[in-house]
Design a protein around this ligand. Structure first.
Ligand SMILES: [Zn+2]
Length: 366
């Protein structure tokens, strides 16, 4: 008791003398703590535990979800060097474009076509006329002849489908009958379709002190008061119906279909639809919060998950992927952290890693 008392007095003494210089204003520990925002919180792990330094993936990787993050040939050359250093064999670029815009992007990557695959969007220029979808099918075939190997990224956050990067059609969801001829042409041409459905669950919850993904949710909040908007699980239902209506087409729901907080349900959806895969892109921070549950899910659905990044392709971003998927490191933080929780390595076994890094992708890409 006496010992505790001394400690407490000592702590109070420190509190009363320590100060923080915040924007030229000197603050005590107590005032600083009371005013510190979660968004400004940058903890540093104190644990003296193993830290791995995985410089490249264990197997040559096919990154199934990226975008054209570059503006010059020099940046493209740098990207290829990063790929070599990280053991990335190939990257799929979701352009979401068609027509001249797709052709220009395709030509930019021509010199490195063994390292990049370009996927196109859907031509919406004749939407609302009787020419749709025949015109969209014809443009899809033209992009395929040019070199498009798949379609993506199509996105529906509740109000309707963004079938190309720029064009949004309110009320048009993936399960619409008008899209069936387009998706069946994808099947005929061997073009998989990458779909972004909804957003992580905390974007649908109130932005308050109970929101587990507060730091991200406050930025990406979905306004559910918009008339006709579908919620997350209603969107998952449209994805399921899309798989049923287009049984020959391969779909990849990206970002764990945005229901990575609910692995049981996600597994049931995968069980129901053999033509459906998921990618793990841009959900490394979320899935690393629950390393044991995530590992079990990866093991059970090792044949249905493909690897993707969807982030700016910097060397640190790639290394963070390997650390999370391959190591068993605990309680670490990343400079690009967008959550208040520490990260943990999932420690996947080699056979699971190989399936996720490349075997499943090869199967889909034939
Ligand atoms: Zn994306």
């Amino acid at each position: 008791m006496k010992y505790f008392g001394i400690l407490a007095v000592g702590a109070m003494a420190v509190a009363s003398t320590a100060c923080h210089n915040v924007q030229n204003e000197v603050k005590s520990d107590a005032d600083f703590a009371a005013e510190l925002k979660l968004a400004d919180y940058r903890p540093v792990s104190v644990f003296k535990i193993p830290v791995s330094d995985i410089r490249q993936a264990s197997f040559p990787v096919i990154d199934m979800h990226s975008h054209s993050y570059l503006h010059s040939v020099e940046e493209l050359e740098q990207w290829v060097r990063n790929m070599d250093e990280n053991n990335i064999e190939k990257i799929v670029i979701h352009t979401g474009t068609y027509g001249e815009e797709f052709d220009a992007l395709y030509d930019l990557y021509k010199g490195v076509s063994d390292r990049f695959e370009l996927w196109c969007g859907i031509d919406m220029s004749s939407w609302g006329t009787p020419d749709f979808p025949a015109k969209a099918v014809a443009e899809l075939e033209r992009c395929w002849k040019k070199g498009a190997k798949g379609v993506g990224e199509l996105s529906d956050k509740g109000l309707g489908e963004k079938l190309s990067r720029k064009v949004k059609e309110p009320g048009l969801h993936l399960n619409d009958d008008l899209l069936v001829p387009i998706f069946s042409k994808c099947a005929e041409l061997g073009m998989p379709v990458n779909c972004h459905i909804g957003d992580p669950v905390w974007m649908y919850e109130d932005i308050d002190e109970h929101n587990d993904g507060y730091m991200n949710a406050s930025k990406w909040k979905i306004d559910m008061s918009q008339p006709g908007i579908l919620d997350l699980y209603e969107l998952v239902a449209t994805m399921e119906e899309t798989c049923v209506k287009n049984p020959q087409t391969t779909f990849i729901a990206c970002h764990f279909m945005n229901i990575g907080h609910d692995y049981d349900y996600l597994g049931q959806v995968l069980d129901r639809h053999p033509n459906l895969y998921i990618d793990n892109s841009a959900r490394h921070l979320e899935s690393s919060a629950t390393p044991r549950a995530t590992k079990k899910f990866y093991e059970k659905y090792a044949d249905r998950i493909v690897f993707g990044t969807d982030n700016n392709p910097s060397p640190t971003m790639y290394r963070l992927q390997w650390r999370i998927l391959e190591s068993e490191d605990e309680h670490f933080y990343s400079p690009s952290q967008t959550y208040h929780w520490p990260l943990h390595g999932i420690g996947l076994e080699k056979d699971v890693l190989e399936k996720i890094y490349r075997i499943n992708a090869q199967k889909i890409m034939r």
